[in-house]
Ligand binder design. Structure first.
Ligand SMILES: [Zn+2]
Length: 349
Protein backbone atom coordinates (compact mmCIF):
# COMPACT_ATOMS: atom_id res chain seq x y z
CA UNK A 1 0.00 0.00 0.00
CA UNK A 2 1.57 3.24 -1.16
CA UNK A 3 -0.18 6.56 -1.06
CA UNK A 4 0.39 9.15 -3.80
CA UNK A 5 3.19 11.62 -3.02
CA UNK A 6 1.55 14.71 -1.55
CA UNK A 7 4.45 17.04 -2.44
CA UNK A 8 3.78 16.15 -6.07
CA UNK A 9 0.07 16.81 -5.56
CA UNK A 10 0.89 20.32 -4.31
CA UNK A 11 2.66 20.99 -7.62
CA UNK A 12 -0.31 19.69 -9.63
CA UNK A 13 -2.62 21.96 -7.61
CA UNK A 14 -0.29 24.89 -8.32
CA UNK A 15 -0.42 24.10 -12.05
CA UNK A 16 -4.22 23.88 -11.96
CA UNK A 17 -4.87 27.16 -10.13
CA UNK A 18 -2.52 28.92 -12.53
CA UNK A 19 -4.82 28.20 -15.49
CA UNK A 20 -7.74 30.67 -15.62
CA UNK A 21 -11.07 28.81 -15.70
CA UNK A 22 -14.16 30.76 -14.63
CA UNK A 23 -17.37 28.73 -15.10
CA UNK A 24 -18.25 29.00 -18.78
CA UNK A 25 -14.66 29.22 -20.01
CA UNK A 26 -12.93 26.04 -18.92
CA UNK A 27 -11.57 24.51 -22.12
CA UNK A 28 -7.91 25.19 -21.32
CA UNK A 29 -7.96 23.63 -17.87
CA UNK A 30 -10.03 20.67 -19.09
CA UNK A 31 -7.43 20.12 -21.84
CA UNK A 32 -4.70 20.14 -19.17
CA UNK A 33 -6.57 17.45 -17.18
CA UNK A 34 -7.29 15.48 -20.35
CA UNK A 35 -3.61 15.43 -21.30
CA UNK A 36 -2.62 14.40 -17.77
CA UNK A 37 -5.01 11.43 -17.94
CA UNK A 38 -4.19 10.49 -21.53
CA UNK A 39 -0.52 10.25 -20.55
CA UNK A 40 -1.61 7.68 -17.94
CA UNK A 41 -3.52 5.70 -20.59
CA UNK A 42 -6.84 6.44 -18.92
CA UNK A 43 -9.95 6.48 -21.09
CA UNK A 44 -11.62 9.90 -21.05
CA UNK A 45 -14.52 11.55 -22.80
CA UNK A 46 -15.91 15.06 -22.81
CA UNK A 47 -19.57 15.78 -22.27
CA UNK A 48 -21.37 18.48 -24.24
CA UNK A 49 -21.12 20.90 -21.32
CA UNK A 50 -17.33 20.66 -21.64
CA UNK A 51 -16.63 18.55 -18.55
CA UNK A 52 -14.46 15.45 -18.60
CA UNK A 53 -15.24 11.89 -17.55
CA UNK A 54 -12.45 9.39 -16.89
CA UNK A 55 -13.39 5.76 -16.44
CA UNK A 56 -11.41 2.93 -14.91
CA UNK A 57 -12.96 -0.48 -15.26
CA UNK A 58 -13.24 -2.47 -12.04
CA UNK A 59 -13.78 -6.09 -11.05
CA UNK A 60 -17.53 -5.58 -10.82
CA UNK A 61 -18.86 -3.85 -13.92
CA UNK A 62 -22.52 -4.06 -12.89
CA UNK A 63 -22.27 -1.56 -10.07
CA UNK A 64 -20.46 1.71 -10.66
CA UNK A 65 -19.04 4.38 -8.48
CA UNK A 66 -18.61 8.04 -9.42
CA UNK A 67 -16.36 10.66 -7.87
CA UNK A 68 -16.45 14.27 -8.89
CA UNK A 69 -14.41 17.42 -8.34
CA UNK A 70 -14.74 20.69 -10.21
CA UNK A 71 -12.21 22.75 -12.15
CA UNK A 72 -14.42 25.74 -12.78
CA UNK A 73 -13.92 28.74 -10.53
CA UNK A 74 -15.46 32.04 -9.62
CA UNK A 75 -14.88 34.79 -12.13
CA UNK A 76 -16.63 37.61 -13.94
CA UNK A 77 -17.77 38.88 -17.30
CA UNK A 78 -17.59 42.32 -18.86
CA UNK A 79 -21.06 43.82 -18.26
CA UNK A 80 -20.52 47.29 -19.71
CA UNK A 81 -17.74 49.38 -21.16
CA UNK A 82 -18.00 52.70 -19.37
CA UNK A 83 -17.51 56.01 -21.21
CA UNK A 84 -14.34 56.44 -19.08
CA UNK A 85 -12.78 53.30 -20.58
CA UNK A 86 -13.22 51.34 -17.34
CA UNK A 87 -15.17 48.06 -17.29
CA UNK A 88 -18.23 47.22 -15.26
CA UNK A 89 -18.39 43.58 -14.18
CA UNK A 90 -21.01 40.91 -13.73
CA UNK A 91 -19.95 38.19 -11.29
CA UNK A 92 -19.88 34.46 -12.05
CA UNK A 93 -20.55 32.32 -8.96
CA UNK A 94 -21.34 33.17 -5.34
CA UNK A 95 -19.11 35.85 -3.81
CA UNK A 96 -19.01 39.50 -2.92
CA UNK A 97 -17.15 42.38 -4.54
CA UNK A 98 -15.06 43.04 -1.43
CA UNK A 99 -13.21 39.74 -1.98
CA UNK A 100 -11.83 40.93 -5.32
CA UNK A 101 -11.03 44.53 -4.47
CA UNK A 102 -7.52 45.40 -5.60
CA UNK A 103 -7.12 42.08 -7.39
CA UNK A 104 -5.20 41.80 -10.63
CA UNK A 105 -7.28 40.27 -13.37
CA UNK A 106 -7.14 39.07 -16.93
CA UNK A 107 -9.67 39.94 -19.65
CA UNK A 108 -9.95 37.43 -22.47
CA UNK A 109 -11.54 38.68 -25.67
CA UNK A 110 -13.66 36.38 -27.81
CA UNK A 111 -10.80 36.35 -30.34
CA UNK A 112 -8.54 34.96 -27.61
CA UNK A 113 -6.51 38.10 -26.92
CA UNK A 114 -5.63 38.62 -23.27
CA UNK A 115 -5.33 41.96 -21.46
CA UNK A 116 -4.38 42.57 -17.86
CA UNK A 117 -6.12 44.88 -15.42
CA UNK A 118 -6.92 45.63 -11.80
CA UNK A 119 -10.30 45.50 -10.06
CA UNK A 120 -10.75 48.71 -8.10
CA UNK A 121 -13.34 50.83 -6.39
CA UNK A 122 -14.15 53.77 -8.63
CA UNK A 123 -13.50 55.99 -5.59
CA UNK A 124 -10.18 54.39 -4.65
CA UNK A 125 -7.91 57.42 -4.60
CA UNK A 126 -8.03 58.88 -1.10
CA UNK A 127 -6.53 62.09 -2.46
CA UNK A 128 -9.66 62.71 -4.47
CA UNK A 129 -12.55 60.86 -2.85
CA UNK A 130 -13.60 61.53 0.72
CA UNK A 131 -15.80 58.40 1.00
CA UNK A 132 -13.20 55.93 -0.35
CA UNK A 133 -13.34 53.82 2.81
CA UNK A 134 -17.08 53.78 3.36
CA UNK A 135 -18.45 53.55 -0.17
CA UNK A 136 -20.23 50.27 -0.85
CA UNK A 137 -18.32 47.61 -2.71
CA UNK A 138 -20.90 46.80 -5.37
CA UNK A 139 -21.41 46.47 -9.13
CA UNK A 140 -21.81 50.22 -9.58
CA UNK A 141 -18.71 51.22 -7.64
CA UNK A 142 -16.28 48.50 -8.64
CA UNK A 143 -14.61 48.57 -12.03
CA UNK A 144 -11.68 47.21 -14.01
CA UNK A 145 -8.77 49.47 -14.89
CA UNK A 146 -7.26 48.02 -18.05
CA UNK A 147 -3.48 48.22 -18.38
CA UNK A 148 -3.67 49.99 -21.73
CA UNK A 149 -3.81 53.65 -22.77
CA UNK A 150 -7.59 53.85 -23.08
CA UNK A 151 -9.82 56.74 -22.04
CA UNK A 152 -13.05 56.04 -23.86
CA UNK A 153 -15.36 53.15 -24.66
CA UNK A 154 -14.33 53.37 -28.32
CA UNK A 155 -10.66 52.97 -27.45
CA UNK A 156 -11.49 49.90 -25.35
CA UNK A 157 -13.55 48.42 -28.18
CA UNK A 158 -10.64 49.07 -30.55
CA UNK A 159 -8.59 46.64 -28.42
CA UNK A 160 -11.21 43.98 -29.14
CA UNK A 161 -12.75 44.02 -25.66
CA UNK A 162 -16.54 43.62 -25.65
CA UNK A 163 -19.48 42.91 -23.39
CA UNK A 164 -19.46 39.19 -22.56
CA UNK A 165 -15.68 38.80 -22.38
CA UNK A 166 -14.50 36.59 -19.53
CA UNK A 167 -12.56 38.07 -16.63
CA UNK A 168 -10.47 35.86 -14.35
CA UNK A 169 -8.68 36.73 -11.13
CA UNK A 170 -4.99 36.38 -10.35
CA UNK A 171 -4.79 33.31 -8.06
CA UNK A 172 -1.65 34.62 -6.28
CA UNK A 173 -0.59 31.06 -5.62
CA UNK A 174 2.20 30.37 -3.15
CA UNK A 175 3.37 27.02 -1.83
CA UNK A 176 5.24 27.68 1.40
CA UNK A 177 8.08 25.49 2.76
CA UNK A 178 6.08 24.82 5.95
CA UNK A 179 3.30 23.08 4.05
CA UNK A 180 0.73 25.80 3.46
CA UNK A 181 -0.65 26.57 0.05
CA UNK A 182 -2.43 29.89 -0.33
CA UNK A 183 -4.22 30.76 -3.51
CA UNK A 184 -7.58 31.59 -4.97
CA UNK A 185 -9.53 28.68 -6.40
CA UNK A 186 -8.23 25.94 -4.09
CA UNK A 187 -11.99 25.36 -4.22
CA UNK A 188 -11.98 22.99 -5.93
CA UNK A 189 -8.70 22.59 -7.75
CA UNK A 190 -7.12 21.15 -4.60
CA UNK A 191 -9.55 18.22 -4.91
CA UNK A 192 -8.98 17.88 -8.67
CA UNK A 193 -5.25 17.62 -7.97
CA UNK A 194 -5.93 14.93 -5.36
CA UNK A 195 -8.09 12.89 -7.77
CA UNK A 196 -5.51 13.16 -10.58
CA UNK A 197 -2.78 11.90 -8.27
CA UNK A 198 -4.97 9.01 -7.11
CA UNK A 199 -5.70 8.00 -10.70
CA UNK A 200 -1.97 8.14 -11.40
CA UNK A 201 -1.30 5.88 -8.43
CA UNK A 202 -4.00 3.40 -9.50
CA UNK A 203 -2.51 3.22 -12.99
CA UNK A 204 1.14 3.04 -11.96
CA UNK A 205 0.60 0.44 -9.25
CA UNK A 206 -1.94 -1.47 -11.36
CA UNK A 207 -4.44 -1.41 -8.51
CA UNK A 208 -7.62 -3.28 -9.38
CA UNK A 209 -10.67 -1.34 -8.23
CA UNK A 210 -13.61 -3.36 -6.89
CA UNK A 211 -16.10 -1.51 -9.12
CA UNK A 212 -16.00 0.38 -12.38
CA UNK A 213 -15.23 3.92 -11.28
CA UNK A 214 -15.92 7.18 -13.09
CA UNK A 215 -14.16 10.43 -12.29
CA UNK A 216 -16.18 13.41 -13.40
CA UNK A 217 -14.13 16.58 -13.68
CA UNK A 218 -17.00 18.99 -13.56
CA UNK A 219 -16.84 22.45 -15.15
CA UNK A 220 -20.09 24.08 -13.97
CA UNK A 221 -20.22 23.50 -10.21
CA UNK A 222 -20.00 27.13 -9.13
CA UNK A 223 -23.16 27.84 -11.10
CA UNK A 224 -25.02 24.79 -9.83
CA UNK A 225 -25.17 22.20 -12.59
CA UNK A 226 -21.72 20.70 -13.03
CA UNK A 227 -22.19 17.17 -11.77
CA UNK A 228 -25.82 16.44 -12.55
CA UNK A 229 -25.33 14.56 -15.82
CA UNK A 230 -23.38 11.66 -17.37
CA UNK A 231 -24.13 9.47 -14.37
CA UNK A 232 -24.41 5.91 -15.66
CA UNK A 233 -27.54 3.91 -14.70
CA UNK A 234 -25.20 1.46 -12.93
CA UNK A 235 -23.92 4.18 -10.59
CA UNK A 236 -24.73 3.44 -6.95
CA UNK A 237 -22.36 5.66 -4.97
CA UNK A 238 -21.64 9.24 -5.99
CA UNK A 239 -19.05 11.13 -3.97
CA UNK A 240 -18.38 14.82 -4.42
CA UNK A 241 -14.85 15.82 -3.45
CA UNK A 242 -15.07 19.49 -2.70
CA UNK A 243 -13.78 21.97 -0.11
CA UNK A 244 -14.58 21.69 3.57
CA UNK A 245 -16.01 24.96 4.90
CA UNK A 246 -14.21 26.66 7.80
CA UNK A 247 -15.35 29.42 10.13
CA UNK A 248 -16.97 30.15 13.50
CA UNK A 249 -18.52 27.01 14.96
CA UNK A 250 -17.10 24.75 12.24
CA UNK A 251 -15.02 21.68 13.12
CA UNK A 252 -13.30 21.67 9.73
CA UNK A 253 -9.65 22.79 9.72
CA UNK A 254 -6.70 23.00 7.33
CA UNK A 255 -5.09 19.80 8.61
CA UNK A 256 -7.72 17.06 8.33
CA UNK A 257 -10.22 15.72 5.80
CA UNK A 258 -13.69 17.14 6.30
CA UNK A 259 -16.61 14.71 6.02
CA UNK A 260 -19.89 16.53 5.42
CA UNK A 261 -22.94 15.27 7.33
CA UNK A 262 -25.29 17.96 6.05
CA UNK A 263 -25.22 21.17 4.07
CA UNK A 264 -27.86 23.70 3.04
CA UNK A 265 -29.41 21.07 0.76
CA UNK A 266 -29.93 18.57 3.61
CA UNK A 267 -28.19 15.52 5.03
CA UNK A 268 -25.89 13.41 2.87
CA UNK A 269 -26.55 9.65 2.70
CA UNK A 270 -26.27 8.37 6.26
CA UNK A 271 -24.70 4.99 5.46
CA UNK A 272 -22.07 6.47 3.17
CA UNK A 273 -21.19 9.16 5.68
CA UNK A 274 -20.80 6.56 8.44
CA UNK A 275 -18.68 4.39 6.16
CA UNK A 276 -16.35 7.29 5.38
CA UNK A 277 -15.91 7.98 9.10
CA UNK A 278 -15.27 4.29 9.74
CA UNK A 279 -12.61 4.18 7.00
CA UNK A 280 -10.90 7.22 8.51
CA UNK A 281 -10.85 5.64 11.97
CA UNK A 282 -9.65 2.26 10.68
CA UNK A 283 -6.72 3.77 8.79
CA UNK A 284 -5.79 6.39 11.36
CA UNK A 285 -6.67 9.31 9.07
CA UNK A 286 -7.25 12.74 10.65
CA UNK A 287 -10.86 13.74 9.91
CA UNK A 288 -13.59 16.13 11.06
CA UNK A 289 -17.32 15.60 10.73
CA UNK A 290 -19.08 18.85 9.93
CA UNK A 291 -22.15 20.73 8.69
CA UNK A 292 -21.77 23.45 6.04
CA UNK A 293 -24.40 26.18 6.50
CA UNK A 294 -24.40 27.92 3.09
CA UNK A 295 -23.28 25.22 0.72
CA UNK A 296 -24.46 22.78 -1.91
CA UNK A 297 -22.30 20.42 -3.94
CA UNK A 298 -22.34 18.63 -7.27
CA UNK A 299 -23.72 15.63 -5.34
CA UNK A 300 -26.69 17.82 -4.43
CA UNK A 301 -27.04 18.81 -8.09
CA UNK A 302 -27.05 15.11 -9.05
CA UNK A 303 -29.75 14.22 -6.50
CA UNK A 304 -31.84 17.25 -7.45
CA UNK A 305 -31.75 16.31 -11.12
CA UNK A 306 -33.41 13.01 -10.25
CA UNK A 307 -30.62 10.46 -9.91
CA UNK A 308 -31.30 7.64 -7.46
CA UNK A 309 -27.86 7.47 -5.88
CA UNK A 310 -26.09 7.18 -2.55
CA UNK A 311 -24.49 10.60 -2.24
CA UNK A 312 -21.65 11.93 -0.13
CA UNK A 313 -19.29 14.87 0.24
CA UNK A 314 -15.74 15.10 1.59
CA UNK A 315 -12.81 17.39 0.98
CA UNK A 316 -9.83 19.31 2.30
CA UNK A 317 -10.53 22.15 4.72
CA UNK A 318 -10.25 25.53 2.99
CA UNK A 319 -9.92 28.76 4.96
CA UNK A 320 -11.64 31.97 3.73
CA UNK A 321 -13.41 30.21 0.89
CA UNK A 322 -14.33 32.11 -2.26
CA UNK A 323 -11.69 34.71 -1.37
CA UNK A 324 -7.99 34.41 -0.46
CA UNK A 325 -8.04 30.72 0.31
CA UNK A 326 -5.52 28.59 2.16
CA UNK A 327 -5.00 25.01 3.21
CA UNK A 328 -2.16 22.83 4.45
CA UNK A 329 -0.44 19.80 2.96
CA UNK A 330 -1.70 17.65 5.85
CA UNK A 331 -5.31 18.29 4.81
CA UNK A 332 -4.44 17.32 1.23
CA UNK A 333 -2.68 14.25 2.60
CA UNK A 334 -5.58 13.11 4.82
CA UNK A 335 -8.11 13.66 2.02
CA UNK A 336 -5.92 11.63 -0.35
CA UNK A 337 -5.59 8.77 2.14
CA UNK A 338 -9.33 8.56 2.81
CA UNK A 339 -10.07 8.52 -0.92
CA UNK A 340 -7.39 5.89 -1.51
CA UNK A 341 -9.15 3.53 0.88
CA UNK A 342 -12.64 4.54 -0.22
CA UNK A 343 -11.86 3.68 -3.86
CA UNK A 344 -10.89 0.16 -2.82
CA UNK A 345 -13.76 -0.40 -0.38
CA UNK A 346 -17.01 -2.32 -0.64
CA UNK A 347 -20.17 -0.38 -1.39
CA UNK A 348 -22.71 0.38 1.30
CA UNK A 349 -25.43 -1.47 -0.59
ZN1 LIG B 1 -16.40 24.03 -4.76
Amino acid sequence: MTYPKTEETMQVIKDLVSIPSPSGNTNEVITFVENFLTDLQVKTKRNRKGGLIATIEGKDTNKHRMLTAHVDTLGAMVKEIKPSGRLKLDLIGGFKYNSIEGEYCQIETSAGKVFSGTILMHQTSVHVYKDAGKAERNQDNMEVRIDEKVQSADEVRALGIEVGDFVSFDPRVQVLPNGYIKSRHLDDKASVGILLQLIKQIQNEKIELPYTTHFLISNNEEIGYGGNSNITPETVEYLAVDMGAMGDGQTTDEYTVSICAKDASGPYHYLLRKKLVQLAVEHDIGYKLDIYPYYASDATAAIRSGHDIVHGLIGPGIDSSHAYERTHITSIDNTTKLLYHYLQSEMVE
